[in-house]
Design a protein around this ligand. Structure first.
Ligand code: IMP
Ligand code: MG
Length: 174
């Protein structure tokens, strides 16, 4: 059966916002190269669109993480399923995420990636659910949209692996 999906952020608004973030990053990193890190799979649509809107030189790498079982989830320990191909030494890194919810994934990733001696490391997310944040110390440098505590799909985000390909952000009406 088809699920009903209500549009939360239209395709046009998402595109406009990505252009704005791209411009901001281009200004902030003037004279530098940015190394974008995509957290698969959800971040891939956003990262590709964002990379196209950045005017300074861009390199990209990908990693995939998964949370350990429900018991250890609160510890924030995530498993690296696919690690980066390139070292981070001396690079100006931006971690590109689809959404920040509790902040556990990012808080863990930040700790791991900081140990690889990048020159700088910042965070960019398309969506943020600030109400849900458990890891309050996670500072997000670039946020597309702050959204209420609703389960969203589209633009990389899935519901049981479906709907990643929607060109807008929607809410599945259960
Ligand atoms: P966190 O560690 O709680 O911040 O979890 C973030 C991850 O949970 C995201 O990268 C998504 O994969 C997933 N997630 C959180 N909220 C949603 C949602 O509303 N729709 C789809 N996936 C979500
Ligand atoms: Mg994600």
């Amino acid at each position: 059966m088809e699920d009903k999906i209500r549009v939360l952020v239209s395709e046009e608004d998402v595109d406009k916002k990505i252009r704005e973030i791209g411009e901001q990053i281009s200004k902030d990193y003037a004279g530098k190269c940015v190394h974008l890190i995509c957290v698969l799979k959800g971040g891939v649509f956003f990262m590709c669109e964002l990379a196209k809107r950045i005017s300074v030189p861009v390199s990209m790498d990908f990693m995939s993480v998964s949370s350990y079982g429900a018991d250890t989830k609160s510890s924030g320990v995530v498993k690296i399923v696919k690690d980066l191909d390139e070292p981070l030494e001396g690079k100006d890194v931006i971690i590109v995420e689809d959404i920040i919810d509790s902040g556990r994934t990012l808080s863990y990733l930040l700790e791991v990636l900081k140990q690889r001696n990048p020159n700088s490391i910042h965070i960019c997310t398309l969506l943020d659910k600030p109400e849900r944040r458990v890891k309050k110390q996670v500072v997000v440098d670039y946020v597309g949209f702050e959204i209420p505590d609703e389960f969203v799909v589209g633009y990389g985000l899935d519901y049981a692996q479906k709907y990643r390909n929607l060109p807008y952000i929607g809410v599945v009406e259960l």
